[in-house]
Design a binder for this molecule. Structure first.
Ligand code: SF4
Ligand code: F3S
Length: 341
């Protein structure tokens, strides 16, 4: 059932200051590569936004995606945003079980026809749908039933063809990426600009390699050969240890994990390419260690772009790739925003 309170009222009720809220809006604009001038519009839209219904189906998965979103040491505005959405059905988080749980899904579908967001994680055994069932319903049937009334779908592009779809890949996905996508949907009522794999360009537009702090070592040809040699200890590039950073597009090299604490490469582990298609079939250490020609060309484009690593993001709000990639780096004056709002 939809909460009548707006997001702004809800955040105030939970003790979030105007300044804290504006900082979140500024960070969201920066993450989405939008200019600071968009911050008041984002704040205004988010403040008035009504609580959207979200149905989350977890099929054959390890619960890592949900863990990724719920693990935090302290409540953040992002977590309040997640508290704010009406998570009407979630296999792992809901208190209801059995028939009551299925009733909640049916109720949410009925009450929010054509308006709810459907989030799907995990795989579905397409050749043998009967191998994985919930409440006696196969995963495939439950997906088809639930997708019919959804406004938009997060993931499952191989199965769902007739709805707006966004993929937020990763194993698990970076939490702040999901929060950014949700904030964009709440703000603009539409999904953000996507790449050819339907990933949000603002987060997946640049490779791990192009944002990696070990990149200067790669460029100088300084590679760790084993996990404990002098090069590894000196922080040299992990390419020869299987790093898939040059072929992988994700935001973790900049936003990191665990509230900005670290990320795999910073912890001494090569990137496994967890946000790329067919990770489990074609990824990992067995994949040939060569950079595809297309990625070399793309890397050359980044390097050539005015001294900054610029992604292949194109067209967001009608601006050029360079404008968008550099927009988030412009200064946002929270004091001015606070005074004018
Ligand atoms: Fe970083 Fe991996 Fe690229 Fe080396 S190959 S610079 S460790 S992303
Ligand atoms: Fe995944 Fe590579 Fe980041 S393995 S978590 S995309 S560093």
């Amino acid at each position: 059932m939809a909460d009548p309170k707006s997001l702004g009222e809800s955040l105030r009720h939970q003790g979030v200051s105007r300044r804290g809220f504006l900082k979140y809006c500024a960070a969201t604009a920066s993450m989405m590569a939008l200019p600071p001038s968009m911050v008041p519009a984002i704040a205004s839209a988010l403040e008035k936004a009504q609580r959207p219904s979200v149905i989350w189906l977890s099929f054959q998965e390890c619960t890592g995606c949900t863990e990724s979103l719920t693990r935090s040491h302290a409540p953040t505005v992002e977590s309040l945003i997640f508290d704010y959405i009406s998570l009407d059905y979630h296999h792992t988080l809901q208190a209801a079980a059995g028939e009551a749980a299925e009733l909640a899904r049916e109720q949410a579908m009925h009450d929010n026809q054509g308006k709810y967001l459907l989030v799907v994680d995990g795989s579905i055994p397409l050749a043998h749908p009967e191998f994985s069932t919930i409440a006696g319903i196969s995963n495939l049937e439950m997906l088809r039933e639930t997708v019919a009334g959804a406004a938009a779908v997060v993931a499952v592009e191989d199965i769902v063809k007739d709805k707006p779809i966004i993929n937020v890949p990763g194993c698990p996905p970076v939490p702040v990426v999901i929060s950014g996508v949700l904030a964009h949907y709440l703000t603009f009522g539409a999904l953000p600009e996507l790449d050819e794999h339907k990933r949000p360009l603002a987060f997946y537009g640049q490779s791990i390699h192009d944002r990696c702090y070990r990149r200067p070592f790669y460029d100088k040809g300084l590679f760790a050969e084993t996990f404990d040699d002098a090069g590894a200890k000196a922080g040299w590039c992990l390419y020869r240890l299987g790093c898939k950073g040059p072929m992988t597009y994700n935001a973790c090299a900049t936003v990191k994990w665990n509230q900005g604490t670290s990320w795999p490469v910073e912890s001494g582990h090569p990137c496994l390419g967890c946000s790329e298609p067919n990770l489990w079939d074609a990824g990992g250490f067995d994949q040939a260690l060569s950079i595809p020609t297309s990625d070399l060309a793309r890397t050359a484009t980044y390097a050539a772009a005015a001294g900054v690593a610029v992604g292949t993001v194109s067209g967001m709000l009608g601006r050029s790739a360079k404008q968008r990639a550099t927009a988030g780096r412009e200064a946002v004056n929270i004091d001015d925003l606070e005074k004018s709002s």
